[in-house]
Design a protein around this ligand. Structure first.
Ligand SMILES: [Fe+2]
Ligand SMILES: [Fe+2]
Length: 164
């Protein structure tokens, strides 16, 4: 059973961002499953790495949109992203040792943080982008398809891996 289910209440009203958040939720669920099923350390570590990479990619996308739209709270929002990446990086050493494993506290922290951030800061950003029409800026629209493709690839990779 999934630990964390995306639903409309998490929608920030910007389809590209919602898709990203859905992928992030699924990656957290994958990591949780890998830990609960006692998967090998290698599987847990590669799942963690995908979650980390996708988080970075997602944050960069939001930051580009904030920059392009002159978002007034850009600095604060970016600082929240940086703090989160920093927290993830601090957990990395647990994955450097062959017998290391992420604590369930880490999972709790990640899902709590993402949920709070998505329903707070990201929702506020989504509202701003919609109200100013910036969610339709050529740069953001052009990226929507690329992001959709990339999310599809991420999910396809995930399915391929889970079948192997
Ligand atoms: Fe954000
Ligand atoms: Fe986000």
């Amino acid at each position: 059973m999934d630990l964390f289910t995306w639903s409309e209440k998490y929608s920030v009203g910007v389809p590209a961002f919602d898709r990203h958040h859905q992928v992030l939720f699924q990656l957290i669920n994958d990591l949780h499953r890998a830990m609960m099923q006692g998967d090998s350390f290698t599987v847990a570590r590669s799942t963690f790495k995908r979650l980390q990479d996708y988080t970075q990619y997602h944050f960069q996308t939001e930051e580009k949109a904030m920059h392009a739209s002159n978002y007034p709270d850009f600095a604060v929002h970016r600082m929240q992203h940086e703090r989160f990446i920093d927290q993830i990086m601090r957990v990395c050493p647990e994955f450097q040792q062959p017998d290391g494993h992420p604590s369930s506290k880490l999972l709790g922290l990640m899902r709590r943080w993402l949920r709070t951030h998505i329903m707070g800061s990201d929702a506020k950003l989504g509202e701003y982008l919609r109200q100013t029409g910036a969610d339709r800026l050529p740069g953001i629209v052009a990226e929507e398809q690329a992001e959709a493709d990339s999310a599809q690839e991420m999910l396809a990779g995930r399915e391929a891996r889970s079948l192997s």
